[in-house]
Design a binder for this molecule. Sequence first.
Ligand SMILES: Nc1ncnc2c1ncn2[C@@H]1O[C@H](COP(=O)(O)OP(=O)(O)OP(=O)(O)O)[C@@H](O)[C@H]1O
Ligand SMILES: [Mg+2]
Length: 385
Amino acid sequence: MSAQSNVLLMTPDASLAAEVNRALSGNGHVLEPTWPQTARDLLAHLTRSSAAMPVVLVDLDPQPRQILSDLERVVARFPGSRFVGLADQLSSELLLESMQVGLRRVVSKRTMHGELHAVLDRLMGGASAGGSGQGELLTMLSASGGCGTTTLAVNLAYELARQPSAAGGQRALLIDMDCHYGAMATYLGLEPRYGLDQILNYSGPIDTDLLSTTATAWGDELHVLASPASIRFCKPEPLNMDRLEQALRCARQAYRHTIVDAPRVGMELASILATASTRTLLVFQLTVKDIRIARQMLDALVEWGVPPGNLLPVANRYARRQMISLDDASKALGGIRIACVRNDWSAAIAGLNYGQTLAQAAARSVLRKDLQDLLEQVVPAYKPT
Ligand SMILES: Nc1ncnc2c1ncn2[C@@H]1O[C@H](COP(=O)(O)OP(=O)(O)OP(=O)(O)O)[C@@H](O)[C@H]1O
Ligand SMILES: [Mg+2]
């Protein structure tokens, strides 16, 4: 980060300015020496500046509602700047209202010392994957509850994120579209503050910066756009699906690999996801019920115009000497090729219980090996590591 990447602060509180200065000192961000006190001063300041201010920090206290309403037109007028709120108390209402006005983040004043510079790095650095073109997008659908979609999504994403990349800094994005349980965050031991609703319900343009700064990082490898159920389980925000395709396009620009976990979605939404994806994996188990539903889903997707070659049914928890063989399943699904992942309870449960991926919890497991084999079938450039 160069020393010219200035940060402007709007606050009537000189002690906050001193604190922000301390929080930023020594990590390459430079706070403008003078600070506007009100939205009106801020508008004048930004209008006078010859170059766009990369980041504007805005003190939302003591009257967040009033300040956000005053800020709305300033944010709309300077699309080249990223606005970040600072507040004493964070609530989901405040976060939602801030996003609706066009703020990129709201940071708690109490934790800003540890948090602020990372937020600024991400805002100024853009998406971290280094991908400039069209990344891979895999959608995971499921033919029944509990058939293993989230386990597969998390571990496939992690294996892809470990791939060496000429662009360096490789990360994969996981999008949790399970609006009922939002189990992905729990699986990974995350407590996200922002989720997919912040992207899909955002009033301004969705761009790669917005995606990467809204996602929650899991280690260096994964970014997770959590389900709204992970943010507020008792009353998750509804998702504005009209913006889904735009969000997916941005994900493909920002990340070399994006995996969407989409269980229990209607066929219209499933077909939107499958059409936007490079491949769609339909996870099922070798039971009559799952196979019947999988067949209906495949037929419906093709009817909605998804090319059959982009669809791959994955029989999870496969064991030899099962009542229904892979051949039987393939025939019942209309002769389509199917992939399989073996039953490996101890590996699956070790990852789940420790909030770890298989690479960490069960590196030599057959489950991990099968997932690597699966990736070789669906991602042309993939090499197991
Ligand atoms: N190949 C496998 N072998 C053994 N156990 C597995 C395998 N895949 C997943 N499991 C286990 O099956 C259970 C359900 O997995 P998971 O939560 O991933 O399913 P899901 O399809 O995402 O469920 P939901 O419908 O709730 O979204 C978990 O206990 C997981 O550890
Ligand atoms: Mg799941």
